[in-house]
Design a protein around this ligand. Structure first.
Ligand code: ZN
Length: 79
């Protein structure tokens, strides 16, 4: 079954190599399980995979997808 409003099924992959990591796990804002990663956008505890799935689910257009990916990629990552 196809959904005309959904984006292509391309998987979002964020580059969090320069992202913040805490030494204290805290509940992920998306799934609630302990996470060491911190979201580059807000500094909140968040798994990279959860952020990728959230972006995939919430992007409305390819342009919106690109903006979300940029907003959730740590500064200093060279493209
Ligand atoms: Zn999570």
């Amino acid at each position: 079954m196809s959904n005309a409003t959904s984006l292509p099924a391309a998987r979002v992959v964020l580059d969090w190599r320069k992202g913040q990591v805490s030494d204290q796990p805290a509940p992920c804002v998306l799934c609630g399980r302990p996470a060491l990663c911190r979201s580059p956008a807000k500094g909140l505890p968040c798994h990279k995979g959860c952020a990728e799935a959230w972006i995939q689910d919430h992007a409305h257009t390819p342009h919106h997808l690109a903006r979300l990916i940029a907003a959730h990629t740590p500064k200093g990552v060279a493209w």
